[in-house]
Design a protein around this ligand. Structure first.
Ligand SMILES: *Cc1c(COP(=O)(O)O)cnc(C)c1O
Length: 401
């Protein structure tokens, strides 16, 4: 039985693309939005907007209440210990840059930042820059053949000079859960800070950050079926208290003179300027909507689709999977075929997949590849999407070989 998605009809964007002859298989780059999110966005904008936190009038109070309600929803959704542990940013990238500045004063020359070989540029370049500014060592944990961080090597490499560990929860290229519990235990044993890049992982299943025990966790609304332009930075209260402020301006200040100022603690102290009010409110709606789903049914559907994707790829001659993907996506290359040529032919047949380095150039180089094709799934995809993809893939490979 080919998987059918009971959620597909909730996504006007998917239906619109389908009507245009487009098969969307790029949800790991950004997800389509359910009607509930569109309704929340338009509902807020159409009912009279106001700026948050500063207005003493009714529209301002209403906007502030909705904005702060979204913060509570995010805190509950991630099982943070308090709403104060949730900072709104522009996305995972901004959250990670915030951390790289916020933690800078705590790192001394010669100390180590540890990342892994599969990190997205967003969880590499801010640390690389910080390492250069502070004369730190940036140590890269190697992977095993499946595409998971090699825990034997990690146990050997994480040591007394390690001050910070920053790793992905779920790889955007290899589609594997990383061994976070074990990695975080190694960091904790050294008294190092831990940062988890949840940009891909957040949307799959439910995550209990208190149980996970990381210091910081970042994710992006637009990959969570929410609007773009907003992301979350979770920080454990004590860890947040150690961050230095990074952007300065309205709303983050307690008291200002011409020559000096005192700043608010988190979260508002890290939300300088007018935030993306409508997007935050709509993110709240996306979380409500996600909460209302039958998670077991979503996971079962996504697993069935993923199994079908893997089986189809593995049955084709010359198709090579990158690592051993467990869920959500699969990246592959084809012997003797350039990924850009293949992507072009797929796109001409209305197949929206991603080709290239997937913002993980060092990983691609370490695999000896200039790029790969990535197919990624959302809950709205179904067996027909995969049939269209494989039929287009077969046509393209016939032409190219
Ligand atoms: C998408 C992604 C990011 C960056 O997220 P933005 O929303 O583009 O800021 C970081 N890490 C991973 C693993 C990602 O997939």
């Amino acid at each position: 039985m080919s998987p059918i998605s009971p959620w597909r009809a909730d996504f006007p964007g998917i239906l619109a693309l389908e009507a245009e002859g487009q098969t969307y298989l790029d949800s790991a780059a950004t997800a389509q939005k359910p009607q509930a999110v569109l309704d929340a966005l338009l509902g807020y904008l159409a009912s009279g907007v106001a700026n948050v936190h500063r207005a003493q009038h009714l529209p301002g109070e209403r906007a502030t209440r909705a904005f702060e309600a979204a913060r509570s929803k995010a805190a509950q959704w991630l099982n943070a210990a308090s709403t104060e542990e949730i900072i709104f940013t522009r996305g995972s990238t901004e959250s990670l840059n915030l951390l790289a500045y916020g933690l800078e004063h705590l790192l001394q020359p010669g100390e180590q930042i540890v990342i892994s070989a599969l990190e997205h540029h967003a969880n590499l370049l801010p640390w690389q820059q910080l390492a250069k500014r502070r004369n730190l060592e940036l140590l890269v944990l190697p992977l095993d053949h499946t595409g998971s961080i090699d825990m034997q090597q990690a146990a050997r490499l994480i040591g007394p000079r390690t001050r910070l560990l920053a790793v992905s929860q779920l790889s955007n290229v290899l589609g594997r859960w990383q061994p976070l519990a074990e990695l975080l235990a190694l960091a904790r044993a050294q008294g190092a800070f831990s940062v988890v890049d949840g940009a891909q992982g957040a949307v799959h299943g439910r995550h209990d950050l208190q149980a996970l025990g990381c210091d910081f966790y970042v994710c992006s609304s637009h990959k969570l079926y929410g609007p773009d332009g907003v992301g979350l930075l979770y920080g454990r209260r004590e860890a947040l208290g150690k961050l230095q402020h990074w952007q300065f301006g309205g709303e983050m200040v307690l008291d200002a003179d011409y020559q000096s100022a005192r700043y608010r603690p988190a979260p508002l102290g890290f939300e300088a300027g007018t935030p993306a009010v409508s997007a935050v409110i709509a993110l709240g709606a996306a979380l409500d909507w996600l909460n209302g789903l039958d998670h077991t049914a979503v996971a079962r559907h996504e697993a069935a689709l993923h199994a079908e994707l893997l089986a189809g790829l593995q049955s084709r001659n010359g198709v090579r999977l990158l690592g051993k993907p467990q869920l959500a996506l699969a990246s592959f290359c084809v012997d003797g075929v350039h990924n850009a040529d293949l992507a072009h032919l797929l796109s001409e047949q209305g197949i929206a997949v991603r080709a290239g380095h997937h913002c993980a150039m060092p990983l691609m180089k370490s695999l000896g590849l200039s790029g790969a094709i990535r197919v990624s799934l959302g809950m709205y995809n179904d067996g027909d999407d995969l049939r269209r993809f494989f039929s287009a893939l077969d046509n393209a490979l016939d032409l190219l070989r």
